[in-house]
Design a protein around this ligand. Structure first.
Ligand code: CIR
Length: 267
């Protein structure tokens, strides 16, 4: 099965991307040249993992457009809902951040070449960073970006197709569900200590030490995993778990509250 990865370029306006922390002082500003270099490393890691990458052009109107994950939820993708059973469906989301609403169109147009689309409509909000597949179960974080109507809409679309939805309450201040956990694609979950109970998931757990919490967001592609380069204990845990680890630097996306899964959609 071909694994496709959709990514999107880094606009100059990325320096104004949303962030919960004020970007004040030297070193806090986004270095756009470095951000593009790190984005290229991310793309190279996807390719080294065997993914066929399509890159949409950046759109200057949308400072956060590099974070494509939030704009769609693929159903039946690699390791996502149905073990690649070929569901050929994507939910086009309605981001909870108003400045991001327009990001979905270009992504939806590209996905429509491969997948049937179902839209999330007002008043529902849902962001892909809150959605995590484990087999045929979709865990959805209820967050400042994903509301109850968004979860209900996902359930209305997916339950009749035989999928299960599990809403997850997040700790205060956590942007998205996948800030604290991510699927490793083989029935295991990478989970940061002290965030969610392990028994929430019917899965083996690869633990991320609490002080490396940011590294709990990693992209699994088959037996490969793309992980944040700055967290040696997590890299070692992934290696010990038998995965082929591709460390990628994350200093610039991190300044925009982003990490690794958010930079791609796999299908
Ligand atoms: C935002 O606040 O929407 C972006 N600056 C970061 C989005 C990160 N997305 C993700 O982790 N799925």
């Amino acid at each position: 099965m071909v694994i496709r990865a959709l990514i999107r370029g880094v606009p100059d306006s990325f320096v104004r991307a949303l962030s919960a922390a004020p970007r004040e002082g030297a070193g806090a500003q986004i270095d756009i040249r470095l951000a593009r270099e790190q984005h290229a490393a991310y793309r190279a890691a996807l390719e080294a993992s065997g993914a066929v990458v399509t890159e949409l052009p950046a759109d200057e109107r949308f400072p956060d457009c590099v974070f494509v994950e939030d704009t769609a939820v693929v159903v039946g993708g690699p390791g996502e809902g149905g073990e690649g059973a070929g569901e050929r469906l994507a939910l086009v989301t309605r981001p909870g951040a108003p400045s991001r609403l327009g990001e979905t169109e270009a992504v939806a147009a590209e996905l429509a070449r491969h997948l049937e689309l179902v839209r999330i409509e007002e008043p529902a909000t849902l962001e892909g960073g809150d959605c995590m597949w484990l087999g045929r179960t979709l865990y959805i974080g209820r967050s400042a970006r994903t509301n109850a109507a968004g979860i209900a809409r996902a359930e209305a679309v997916l339950a009749p197709r035989g999928y299960r939805i599990v809403p997850v309450e997040l700790l205060p201040g956590v942007l998205h569900l996948k800030c604290v956990c991510s699927p490793l694609g083989d029935g295991r979950v990478l989970l940061a200590e002290g965030t969610l109970p392990a028994d929430l998931f019917e899965a083996g757990i690869v633990w991320v030490p609490a002080e490396e919490r940011y590294a709990a967001n990693a992209v699994a592609v088959g037996e490969h995993v793309i992980a944040a380069a700055e967290y040696p204990r997590t890299l070692a845990a992934l290696d010990a778990a038998g995965l082929r680890v591709h460390p990628v630097p994350t200093s610039e996306v991190r300044k925009a509250d982003g990490s690794l899964t958010c930079q791609s959609l796999l299908f």
